[in-house]
Design a protein around this ligand. Structure first.
Ligand code: CP
Length: 316
């Protein structure tokens, strides 16, 4: 598998962060810099890069950040966006997923797809002749989130290698956690620590991928101990929509939380990330802390997705 990986972006599907090399991530982040705040003038000068292109968004699950940051990225580059509004499309008349995708493929240059079922993006990429970007499917893959997460770490910490990472919360059903862990296999992270209620630990299949790529992770139940040495704390909400048993959900609700006291115990230059949306695990009282990076992280979704669209459509 690793032998087949390629670095280039033109015409590529984006299905899993495991499909990408460190070199391809670096190409993306260099391009993202051109669209990030601080290089606004250059971004403005390139605002017609995608003129004449059509970006289709098809979200079969709710989304605020991914859907709107892809739309914003496309608009800033001069592309048109067509959105499959799933409730008012002919899906409501019983049209199949594959016929729906075939239509999007004939009306657009690239398809951004979110779906509750694992493998939906891969299946779509087999149907469509245009590139398909996985905007999150099932509980394992959300590769463009991992890309913007890495970009956030690079921007705020200056490097990805050698940092201590702490993942807190629902590590079982959170696809942003597994996608970022998969992406980190392309780097040389310091210590990677997992802190979660036992029922929400990493899935064995996720763990076995990490083992295959030689990445070791350690579990630490005591959050007071685990926050102390972290450079990056990545918190996730309880993924209510993917927990099969709602009785179990009620038991786990409120079982972890990053408090002000815990934040005080972290290193002075630690950053706290969260893919958002948040629930009670990340209180708004933390927002004023310089360590709170999650709003900046969400903002980086636009330049990273501008770079992604430009590279895939071959204009960057
Ligand atoms: N981080 C993320 O995927 O957020 P949305 O569900 O709002 O897109």
């Amino acid at each position: 598998m690793a032998g087949k990986l390629k670095n280039g972006w033109k015409g590529r599907d984006v299905i899993s962060s495991l499909d990408f090399t460190r070199e391809s991530f670096e190409l993306l982040f260099n391009a993202s810099e051109e669209f990030a705040e601080g290089a606004r003038a250059r971004a403005r000068a390139r605002s017609d890069l995608l003129r004449g292109k059509v970006v289709a968004t098809a979200f079969f699950e709710p989304s605020t950040r991914t859907r709107l940051s892809f739309s914003s990225a496309a608009a800033k580059l001069g592309a048109s966006v067509i959105d499959l509004s799933t409730e008012v499309s002919s899906l409501a008349k019983g049209e199949s997923f594959s016929d729906t995708l075939a239509m999007l493929d004939s009306y657009s240059d690239i398809i951004v797809l979110r779906h509750p079922s694992e493998g939906a993006a891969l299946y779509a990429s087999e149907i469509c002749k245009h590139p398909v970007v996985n905007a999150g499917d099932g509980s394992q893959h959300h590769p463009t989130q991992a890309m913007l997460d890495l970009f956030t770490i690079l921007r705020l910490k200056g490097r990805v290698d050698g940092l201590n990472y702490l993942f807190v919360g629902d590590l079982r059903y959170s696809r942003t956690v597994s996608s970022l862990l998969f992406a980190l296999t392309r780097y040389k992270p310091g210590r990677v620590t997992l802190t979660s209620p036992p029922a929400l630990g990493l899935k064995p299949e996720t763990r076995s991928v990490l083992v295959r790529y030689g990445m070791s992770v350690r579990e630490e139940q005591n959050i007071e101990r685990s926050v102390e040495s972290a450079d990056v704390i990545y918190v996730t909400r309880l993924q209510k929509e993917r927990i099969p048993d709602q009785v179990e959900y009620q038991k786990l609700k409120g079982s972890y939380r990053l408090t002000e006291g815990l934040l005080e115990a972290t290193k002075a230059d630690c950053i706290v990330m969260h893919p958002l949306p948040r629930t009670e695990e990340l209180p708004t009282s933390l927002d004023a802390s310089p360590k709170a990076a999650y709003m900046r992280q969400a903002g980086f979704g636009v330049p990273v997705r501008m770079a992604l669209l430009s590279l895939i459509l071959g204009v960057a």
